[in-house]
Design a protein around this ligand. Sequence first.
Ligand code: SF4
Length: 291
Amino acid sequence: MREINSEQIKEKVKELFLKANYYIGEDVLNSIRKALNVEKSETGRYVLRMILKNYELSANEKLAICQDTGLAVLFIKLGQEVHIKGNWKEAINEGVKEAYIDGYLRKSAVTDPVFDRKNTKTNCPAIIYTDIVPGDRIELLVNPKGFGSENMSALAMMKPADGAEGIVDFIVETVRKAGPNPCPPTIIGVCVGGTADQACVLAKKAAMRKIGEHNPDPRYAKMEKDALERINKLGIGPAGLGGSTTSLWVSIDYVPTHIAGMPVAVNICCHADRHAHGVLYGNKKDKYSIN
Ligand code: SF4
């Protein structure tokens, strides 16, 4: 049994949210650089250059990549041989609060979503998904999620007979309807299967798969390629100003589902594709990486 102090969790959460908000992943950077070579629209190329400049400024000046610094979402793998000393939920929220206050990141969380809509001024509460897994470490994947893109999410409870073609149609239609709203070029995360709620959570996680990594199942990989090709023919382009770079990548994951259904969730992530991954081993070693 390894002991991990809640203070260490707080510090790690704070560090990861700051890094996610200041630094973009290499895969996104490279993908935008590549798009610059193929984008035919002059305005589109201008927007891509501005996006690259923005990433550079954010990293050098330690400034938020975007003014919408997102709701704080965390995916946590908690080793079953870890004993946490202290209150871990409080520690996570404290880490989020400190990151957003000390890092001058916009606080975007409101209390009651319909009537009061009062800013909590801490960007809390964080949205936490926890998996208990074998092992003696804690893995954290943090995702500050902006709402220009989150608002464009979609769920379809499809019929099994709709098949792969129906799913790809739904993905492309979701991106078409979103138009310029999710700040293209976007990254599209999809999950097929499970229940409605499970599909939505896993679609968000799929959007964080590294650009360039296809689903290992060639049938799903083909759907990813087909969807991306069709999306980039929609003409939406960078910032929605026209062009062939509407999305950088489509990641489709799947989970088992019920015989009578085929839920399909689409989560759209903007070019401010922020996430950071870290591992806590307690006092012995502690690792961090951006993707
Ligand atoms: S969708 Fe993304 S890039 Fe657009 S405003 Fe929101 S966080 Fe920023």
